[in-house]
Design a protein around this ligand. Structure first.
Ligand SMILES: *Cc1c(COP(=O)(O)O)cnc(C)c1O
Length: 399
């Protein structure tokens, strides 16, 4: 077998160096654990960035993918397939919306949502084009979605950017009230900001956003690529906050690790697109949809979702205990279900150091925006796995 060093070397010589990679070669997975090429075991509290919602090597998912691959992997969207028809029907039922489009990634799902919103707004006036998003948001890496992303460092050097985007601070309703008008085509928000540092919405913030959108005939788009698929303890985080969007986007966990994205919209919005107005070669192919169907049959049931809620609450309590023990190192703890953030004092220890030290001790965790430890584990984790990561963090903070 090849050594990890040989693989680092070959990859570094050939792959576009856009990722700061950790020095391990991940080779296999089982449940909530991953193994590197040397056989070292890691508790996985990143789940491929909120993707492996059912953990690794989950038998029903592996079987569905293998069976579908043996049958047919891909056919063109010019034809119907049963896996796609089934997955779309499930998403319509779960969302309370009317129409689904499948893409291959989060960015693509958002790109489609923005396109249909722009087209829909043309029903009202030619200059109803403004799209309002939040600072510290993350919506993807295509030119339109990185423009929607309210973090300038993703945009620098890529100008000219698509026009019509404006930004407000998440949770600041007064600022939105100032910026929104009849010229606003859509407001796009993550109901829980993920990449930007795990920020849940303040009480009634999203309801007030909904009301403002209604007042100005602007569409409300929720990017649930990270917060959706059961992560918050509800299938869609918006159910938790009692606010229904006009369009919702999904990706990440939707097919448990097979690339997929989706936007779901109301019938009224759907009418803005005619045949030929949007498309994709791969999006929602039988392989991806067969995988999605397993996720959609597993996660949206009461028992599964209450497990997420319960383990999430246990995890939060443990992080709060840790904060009590190390008040100078942990500044804040924020969470909804199984998306949790622990903001750290980087003057004591840097995020990179904590993540590296956790990796040495056998846990994969993540630090976002340089100062928030973000935990987005498989939704199948149990309390004993929480204890395992908490013990590792305790040892790191004590060090
Ligand atoms: C990850 C993410 C995206 C982008 O998804 P890709 O599949 O990487 O294109 C968009 N929005 C949110 C909220 C995300 O977390």
């Amino acid at each position: 077998m090849e050594t990890q060093e040989k693989i680092f070397e070959r990859d570094n010589a050939n792959y576009l160096p856009v990722f700061n990679r950790y020095k391990i070669v991940l080779d296999s997975g089982d449940g909530v654990y991953l193994y590197d090429l040397n056989g070292k075991k890691y508790l996985d509290f990143l789940a491929g960035i909120a993707v492996n919602v059912l953990g690794h090597n989950y038998k029903p998912l592996v079987d569905a993918i293998s069976n579908q691959a043996a049958k047919v992997i891909h056919v063109s969207n010019l034809y119907y397939t049963e896996p796609q028809a089934n997955a779309a029907a499930k998403l319509v039922k779960l969302s309370g919306l009317d129409r689904v489009f499948f893409a291959n990634s989060g960015a693509e799902a958002n790109e489609g949502a923005l396109k249909i919103a722009r087209k829909y707004a043309k029903n009202f006036s030619a200059d109803k084009v403004q799209i309002i998003t939040a600072w510290d948001s993350f919506h993807g890496r295509t030119l339109a979605t990185l423009t929607a992303t309210g973090q300038p460092h993703y945009q620098e050097g890529l100008e000219p950017l698509p026009q019509g985007f404006d930004y407000v601070h998440f949770n600041d309703i007064a600022e939105l009230e100032e910026k929104i008008s009849d010229k606003t085509c859509a407001v796009m928000l993550e109901p829980i900001q993920g990449e930007g540092g795990v920020y849940p919405p303040k009480a009634d913030y999203l309801k007030k956003v909904r009301n403002l959108c209604d007042k100005y005939n602007a569409l409300l788009i929720f990017d649930e690529i990270q917060s959706g698929i059961g992560r918050s303890g509800k299938f869609f985080a918006y159910e938790k906050f009692g606010v229904k969007p006009d369009i919702v986007t999904l990706a990440k966990g939707l097919a448990g690790g097979v690339p997929i994205g989706a936007f779901i919209c109301t019938e009224e919005v759907a009418k803005a697109f005619k045949p030929g107005d949007h498309g994709t070669t791969f999006g929602g192919n039988p392989l991806a949809c067969a995988a999605a169907n397993v996720v959609l049959d597993t996660i949206p049931n009461e028992k599964f979702l209450s497990h997420v809620e319960e383990v999430g609450k246990y995890f939060k309590d443990k992080l709060l205990e840790l904060q009590k023990k190390y008040p100078e190192q942990i500044i804040d703890v924020r969470s909804e279900g199984l998306i949790l953030g622990a903001e750290i004092n980087t003057e004591k220890k840097s995020g990179v150091d904590i993540v590296n030290s956790a990796m040495e001790r056998g846990a994969i965790i993540n630090c976002t925006v340089g100062k928030v430890l973000r935990f987005i584990p498989p939704l199948t984790i149990e309390k004993k796995h929480v204890d395992e990561v908490i013990n590792i963090l305790d040892a790191i903070f004590a060090d």
